[in-house]
Design a protein around this ligand. Structure first.
Ligand code: ATP
Ligand code: MG
Length: 446
């Protein structure tokens, strides 16, 4: 594969032992639009700064167009960066701001044609003689983009370029950015902590947590087949319902998943997607159910792939086109602090891994969980209130079920919930997805 950008086991340790990026390997194809997604502090900007040459990797290799580039000067990289705080020069007009990089790069050339072409591309040709103070936020962001595209870079690096704009403008500009970069054929690495932005923009999404790459794939892949519980919880609105449960196999009977006050039985024989539950017998797991895997309907409407649970309506969020119904089932919501996303295969002796696996809680025992001060797991997993509708740090008590807007359940009403087993996710105690079973089954030694 040709690669415009290739990071190979790249680590960045800042002073005072902050590992901002931990053995990250990622290949980006020419012309690809890759979104780096993850919570605040997970290392997204550091990755961009490494690609841009503003930081040097502590270890590992960075290749740009196949050439070793760890220490290549930023000016020799043919990259343009757009930041969240697009510092335009207040005493320069739009024309001067956009033309500024050319004045440095090619002081003897007339910048006019290229500035005007960039302005036309962005639809701001009428604003060329205005000063930043005379422009709206969206217009200023376009000028900042103009300053990036005027250099005709081979790669755009964008660090949350839209996050200080209002929601409507953000949606419009992000569609424009996607169209523009595709039209220009440039490789783009776009950083955001907004999962819906990531899903809607990129060819591929790379999800990071605590400096570690969790998963890379199309929006559809990371939504439908999250490798671990962190990705499952970070991607998708409303957030996936996560419940603590125990896998049970009564003698001679069907296997079941026990939520405490309620349990659901699995068909016999187990479907291929559920095969890995066999090795979890008697163990605690985390069950993930997206709101569309659940519906409120009478048992006689049950489809072959569905099973029944009982719930009590706690709260109804009317959304216009649908309602989100919060239903208590007695199941325990998985504590977010306890959910650890696995790290890449650590370079540690195998014996100690086995030992740790025997006593459970793989991640914690191996010290994979971050011990960085001030970055508790709750804070990193919880998405902003504007997106979840909940104050940060609080978990919903019940499950969220998607229902048609016509349905108007009353608070306190007992309702049957039909749960589609085809959409059942199960994660083991290290947070790895075991249902649906990974395509390549991991080694089942323990
Ligand atoms: N110059 C620096 N010196 C020391 N630590 C740093 C430095 N820059 C960043 N860090 C730390 O490295 C980690 C990753 O930071 P980074 O800015 O890459 O995160 P981010 O994912 O871009 O976060 P945000 O979404 O808040 O912008 C954080 O813990 C941060 O405190
Ligand atoms: Mg950042």
């Amino acid at each position: 594969m040709t690669r415009a950008i290739s990071l190979q086991e790249v680590t960045k340790v800042y002073s005072r032992d902050v590992t901002a990026v931990d053995r990250l390997s990622l290949d980006i194809a020419p012309g690809e639009f890759l979104v780096l997604l993850g919570p605040s502090g997970c290392g997204k900007s550091t990755v961009l700064r490494l690609i841009a040459g503003l930081e040097e990797p502590t270890s590992g290799t960075l290749l740009l167009d196949g050439e070793w580039a760890n220490t290549l000067a930023p000016g020799d990289r043919k990259l343009a960066m757009v930041f969240q705080h697009y510092a335009l020069y207040p005493n320069m007009t739009t024309r001067q701001n956009i033309g500024f990089p050319l004045r440095i790069e090619a002081p003897h050339d007339n910048p006019r044609p290229r500035v005007e072409e960039a302005a036309r591309t962005l639809g701001i040709q009428d604003l060329l003689d205005r000063y930043p103070a005379q422009l709206s936020g969206g217009e200023r962001q376009r000028v900042a983009m103009g300053r990036a595209i005027v250099r005709r870079p081979s790669t755009f690096l964008m660090d949350e370029p839209l996050s200080n704009l209002d929601a409507k403008l953000r949606t419009r500009l992000r569609a424009e950015i996607a169209t523009l970069t595709r039209h220009m054929g440039v490789t783009t690495v776009y950083v955001t902590h907004d999962q819906s932005e990531a899903m809607s923009l990129g060819d591929r999404v790379a999800i990071m947590r605590d400096g570690v790459l969790q998963q890379t794939g199309t929006g559809r892949e990371v939504y439908q087949l999250p490798d671990n519980v962190f990705v499952a919880a970070f991607v998708g609105t409303p957030r996936i319902n996560l419940l603590r449960a125990t896998v049970r196999a009564p003698l001679g009977g069907r296997m079941s998943i026990d939520f405490g006050p309620q349990r659901i039985e699995l068909p016999h024989p187990l479907s291929p997607e559920h095969q890995m539950l066999r090795i979890q017998m008697g163990r605690e797991v985390t069950v993930g159910l997206r709101s569309e895997a659940l519906r409120i309907a009478p048992p006689q409407h049950m489809r072959p792939s569905e099973v029944l649970m009982n719930g009590v309506v706690q709260h109804v969020e009317y959304q216009g086109h649908e309602s989100l119904v919060h239903v208590a089932t007695g199941a325990r919501a998985a504590e977010v602090e306890g959910l650890e996303a696995p790290r890449p295969e650590p370079r540690r002796p195998r014996a100690s891994r086995r030992e740790a696996a025997r006593s459970g809680r793989l991640g914690r025992l191996l010290g994979w969980a971050t011990e960085r001060e001030g970055s508790s797991s709750v804070a990193t997993l919880e998405r902003p209130e504007e997106e979840t509708g909940r104050p940060p740090g609080t978990l919903p008590e019940g499950m969220v079920v998607r229902a048609s807007a016509e349905m108007q359940p009353r608070v306190g009403e007992h309702v049957p919930i039909l749960l589609d087993l085809k959409q059942l996710y199960v994660f083991d105690d290290a947070g790895r997805r075991i249902c649906p079973a990974p395509r390549r089954l991991p080694d089942l030694e323990h």
